[in-house]
Design a protein around this ligand. Structure first.
Ligand code: CUA
Length: 335
């Protein structure tokens, strides 16, 4: 009975060391092993070599009455200090490369999740077709394969707690595989400079128990923010959450004000836009009604507002309920 209980209790996350964040996936221990090996190897050699250098400096310093004599070749010593480091480098390469290969092979039957990087957010597509912005929910003990791509420029998908980092390259897929071993939160970073809001290109990872994961699957595509926000009478509250989660604020400013840290944001302000005529780069002005907002979210390049020739907004794929909420939010933004 007690062993049953132990098997059901999630293991406590191993504490972060003074160098590394907590290890939360099966890929972490081998990486940490290699890291610690290389680290202590370097520490030992740095200390030994520095000590010997200082010792020789003192021992062979110039003394009165002693004349230096040139040293000739000493073949055995020269071979020794060439061959020994080569062996060490061979060992280090083997240790690093074998764990790299192990991490690059996907487990049989792994659940595939598509990871898309775009300026400046992450999106996760589940096997059900649901696309979630900025939050990756994973089940503890389930093997995963992430299929990583980019919609614009080079990004890099980095989860320190899993010890995994892979470039998201436009026009091709890259992969990582892992099994989360510990429940709890982890952090996604973009590890490749990709423009002004690179440092804000974040997402969270939540590793949950199998029971919690079943609950999560039921909420896919629906409002899951709690009764206060998912209230049917106030769709704009959910819309506001979606606006932040999809990182719309990164370009349109918090609250769609068109201002970021006191200067003009890279995308137009949304406050007061609804039901006004908007001048376009080409063609006549358009009325910013519900259909216009919907099109602008799904196909940002369809009609371009004057002054914004260089459109960097990625196309968003959202369920109708999510679109309705977002549009309700934009409508609610008044001066
Ligand atoms: Cu995306 Cu840096």
């Amino acid at each position: 009975m007690s062993t049953m209980m132990l098997a059901l209790d999630p293991p406590a996350p191993p504490p972060a060391s003074w160098q590394l964040p907590p290890a939360m996936s099966d890929t972490a221990p081998p990486v940490d092993g290699v890291y610690n090996f290389i680290f202590w190897f370097s520490v030992v050699f740095t200390v030994v070599i520095t000590f010997l250098m200082l010792y020789f400096v003192v021992k062979y310093k110039r003394k009165p009455g002693v004349r230096p004599e040139p040293t000739g070749h000493f073949n055995r010593l020269e071979i020794f200090w060439t061959v020994t480091p080569t062996i060490f480098i061979g060992v280090l390469f083997h240790v690093g490369f074998s764990s790299y290969i192990k991490n690059a092979t996907a487990a049989e039957g792994a659940t595939e999740i598509r990871v898309r990087g775009k300026k400046w957010s992450w999106e996760f597509e589940y096997p059900s077709g649901d696309r979630l912005p900025s939050e990756l929910v994973l089940e503890q003990g389930r093997p995963y394969k992430m299929i990583i791509s980019s919609e614009d420029v080079l990004h890099s998908f980095f989860i320190p707690e899993f010890r995994l980092k892979r470039d998201a390259v436009p026009g091709q897929y890259s992969f990582i595989q892992f099994t989360p071993t510990v429940t709890g939160p982890a952090q996604v970073f973009c590890a490749e400079y990709c423009g002004t809001t690179h440092s804000g290109m974040l997402a969270t990872v939540k590793v949950v128990t199998p029971a919690e994961y079943k609950e999560f699957e039921k909420t896919l595509g629906k409002c899951s923010e709690g009764p206060e926000i998912c209230d049917d009478k106030h769709p704009e509250r959910w819309g506001e959450k979606l606006f932040a989660k999809n990182a719309c604020t990164a370009c349109h400013g918090t609250g769609g004000t068109g201002m970021i840290a006191g200067s003009k944001s890279p995308a137009p302000a949304l406050v007061g836009v609804f039901n006004t005529m908007q001048p376009m780069m080409t063609g006549p002005a358009l009325m910013a009604d519900e259909n216009y907002l919907r099109e602008s979210i799904l196909r940002p390049n369809a009609h371009i507002v004057q002054g914004y020739s260089n459109v960097q907004m990625p196309a968003f794929v959202l369920k109708d309920s999510q679109l309705d909420a977002l549009i309700a939010y934009i409508k609610s933004l008044k001066q």
